[in-house]
Design a protein around this ligand. Structure first.
Ligand code: FE2
Ligand code: FE2
Length: 160
């Protein structure tokens, strides 16, 4: 698998989870789905920056391409802000689903640009071998981060 397929798989997974948030009326299910989206999307953005975006940045001397990567980074920050806002807003507040709609729109826009513009530029600057290696690197970083989270998570309370 190369980085393009790897990223697309992640994007499709999150898009599907977001659809489920909209279609369910069950708030505890919504909460659980949102927690998964938050984890998946945060890990995706962090590791994508460290592998894919970095590789493009390192490979290009084009100011225009660097600016595209910078713009994509800014969109990641916007996505992180939405995640923070949604975490702070109670799900019972009708503002939550409204904000979620904006957030979903923002993610869809970012993904469209990434799979279009950024992929096109990346394919110009990165070899297929690099693209395969980047998928491995990103996956390894994600697994490492998940392992660290499991270690730092509080131990479950003993059953009564
Ligand atoms: Fe992405
Ligand atoms: Fe991205």
């Amino acid at each position: 698998m190369d980085i393009y397929k790897y990223l697309k798989k992640d994007h499709d997974k999150v898009a599907d989870l977001m659809e489920q948030v909209i279609s369910t009326k069950d708030l505890s299910e919504r909460q659980a789905l949102f927690e998964t989206i938050k984890l998946e999307l945060s890990l995706h953005a962090d590791t994508e920056e460290k592998t894919f975006y970095k590789a493009i940045d390192d490979a290009t001397r084009s100011k225009a391409v660097e600016e595209k990567v910078e713009h994509a980074n800014e969109e990641h920050d916007e996505i992180r802000e939405y995640l923070g806002k949604l975490t702070k807003t109670p799900l019972t507040d009708e503002l939550w689903i409204e904000t979620f709609g904006e957030f979903k729109h923002s993610v869809a826009h970012h993904v469209e640009e990434e799979e279009g513009d950024i992929f096109e530029k990346a394919k110009k600057y990165l070899s297929q071998e690099e693209a395969v290696q980047l998928a491995k690197d990103m996956d390894a970083l994600k697994k490492q981060a998940k392992k660290e989270m499991a270690v730092s998570a509080p131990a479950p309370l003993p059953a009564e």
